[in-house]
Ligand binder design. Structure first.
Ligand code: ZN
Ligand code: MN
Length: 485
């Protein structure tokens, strides 16, 4: 092969299901699964005479997505019909947006090597989903129309990605943002988000520049399949360029699928002619203005995005990358943390309690942070009584367990159980003397220079006090006693 060098060019189209209560243009419930054809009506079955109406919240959710991805929101927009034939498309056309999309000119910054790579978004438009074909092996094919007419946005990027990993990271970043602003469930396995990747290569050979024909790989529904399918296409296109110049020169855009089992892309069709979708303005829905109030409402719902939040939390609270990543894994969790942090004398400690202890409890109970009985105030109270020296960190663990079990406030638990740590010097000094008297071997070791027994002796003092001794006082007294020996 005499290829000097090549560059990978990838652009994505992401279809994403929105979290409206009803379908896009009718009042059928918008939900995944269930018995086939149980959530259908004349509108989403495309029966003649049925009139579509834009569902409440549909345009606003689209605007939320657009603003979260830094787009401009159109002041005036419309729906269009896109005609084609396919069994899962009941009406013979899809209601979509053609020349006046709701959102344009956005971008997403992908974190890459300590900096950011910007991927531009050309447009985001609203459209309806189609039914779902079920091909049963050795039997018939069926179509479930529950999905027909559910609201989607389609996000179209510029061809700004230059590696398969980048395309996967793009999908991941968009998923995080759109989940965060509660536009979508973002569940890839349930097809809430599906990615089509357009990929080709720029190749330099003997000083000349070539471009391979674009492959559009359809319906990639995991980060891994995006990465693997694109990696496979890079190799396949390079090999094709090398062996078949003739076909290459005549190359048309190809539509491909990804066979996950074989790990290969499969040609579905070659677009060797212009496909006429016969776009026309949807006559049953009037073009409409997007009110500035709607856009302002949408802007409020976007709020601070996850990456900005991570950077701020790192700076404000001195948390690690890993910690902020975990805390921002869900919007509910990070808002909960921020409330606890605000009320805590030591916000970093509040983060530690949540990350190390509370998440383990949630995991075990398979609960979300919003489902648990304790509130951010509980964690703040716990942090504050430890900071004040009312209880020791060791006691705090027991108080935490009790708090989870009863949802009582930590200070209340301390009062009830008489747990308050003792700073009573005489009492602790007595424990220290007892420990020294009871452990002649350790003391002998200490005298012969093994200073690491001090930690062990400290442990014995704490044990004797049943965890009630404040470690600072105990350490001080123990060292004083040892110095006298
Ligand atoms: Zn319906
Ligand atoms: Mn589409």
């Amino acid at each position: 092969m005499s290829v000097d060098k090549y560059e990978v060019i990838i652009g994505c189209e992401i279809h994403c299901q929105l979290l409206t209560k009803t379908k896009a243009f009718c009042s059928c419930e918008n939900r995944y699964g269930g018995m086939p054809d149980t959530r259908v009506c004349p509108v989403c079955l495309g029966l003649p005479g049925a009139m579509p109406r834009i569902s409440k919240g549909y345009v606003e959710l689209g605007a939320v997505a657009g603003l979260a991805l830094n787009c401009n929101i159109a002041e005036f927009t419309k729906f269009d019909r896109k005609h084609y034939f396919y069994p899962d498309l009941v009406k013979g056309y899809q209601i979509t947006q053609y020349d006046v999309p709701l959102c344009t000119d956005g971008y997403v910054d992908l974190p890459e090597n300590g900096s950011y790579k910007r991927v531009r978004i050309e447009r985001i438009h609203l459209e309806e989903d189609v039914g779902k074909s079920l091909h049963l092996e050795g039997a018939h094919s069926y179509i479930d129309y529950n999905r027909s007419g559910t609201p989607l946005i389609e996000i179209v990027t510029k061809p700004d990605m230059n590696a398969p990993e980048e395309a996967a990271l793009f999908m991941q970043t968009v998923q995080e943002i759109l989940r965060y602003v509660r536009v979508t469930e973002g569940n890839l396995e349930e097809g809430n988000m599906r990615c089509d990747a357009n990929i080709n290569l720029k190749i330099w050979e003997n000083g000349k520049e070539f471009r391979t024909p674009i492959s559009e790989i359809k319906n990639l529904n995991s980060f891994r399949s995006i990465r693997d399918a694109c990696s496979y296409e890079v190799k396949r296109q390079l090999a094709e360029f090398d062996t078949d110049r003739q076909e290459f020169v005549l190359g048309f855009k190809r539509t491909m699928g990804w066979d996950e089992v074989k790990g290969e892309t499969v040609i579905q069709r070659t677009k060797n002619s212009f496909v006429d979708y016969r776009f026309t303005t949807e006559p049953d829905i009037k073009p409409f203005t997007v009110s500035r109030e709607l856009v302002e409402e949408a802007r409020k719902k976007v709020g601070e995005l996850p990456e900005a939040k991570r950077q701020r939390l790192k700076k404000e609270y001195g948390l690690s990358d890993f910690d902020v990543q975990t805390l921002t894994s869900s919007r509910n969790l990070v808002l909960w943390f921020e409330e606890a942090a605000k009320k805590s004398k030591d916000p970093k400690k509040a983060a530690n309690w949540i990350l190390a202890e509370l998440l383990a409890v949630l995991n075990e109970k398979e609960q979300d942070i919003t489902e648990i009985a304790i509130k951010p105030d509980h964690i703040a109270d716990l942090v504050n009584i430890v900071c004040a020296g009312t209880i020791t960190s060791k006691q705090a663990k027991d108080v935490f367990a009790e708090m989870i079990a009863t949802a009582k406030m930590p200070s209340e638990i301390v009062k009830e159980k008489g747990l308050a740590a003792t700073t009573n010097t005489d009492e602790i000094a007595a424990f220290v003397k007892e420990v020294i008297a009871e452990n002649p071997k350790a003391i002998a070791d200490y005298k012969s220079g093994k200073s690491n027994v001090v930690g062990w002796l400290m442990g014995q003092v704490m044990k004797k006090s049943k965890g009630k001794a404040t470690p600072a006082t105990a350490t001080k007294l123990l060292n004083e006693e040892l110095a006298k020996l």
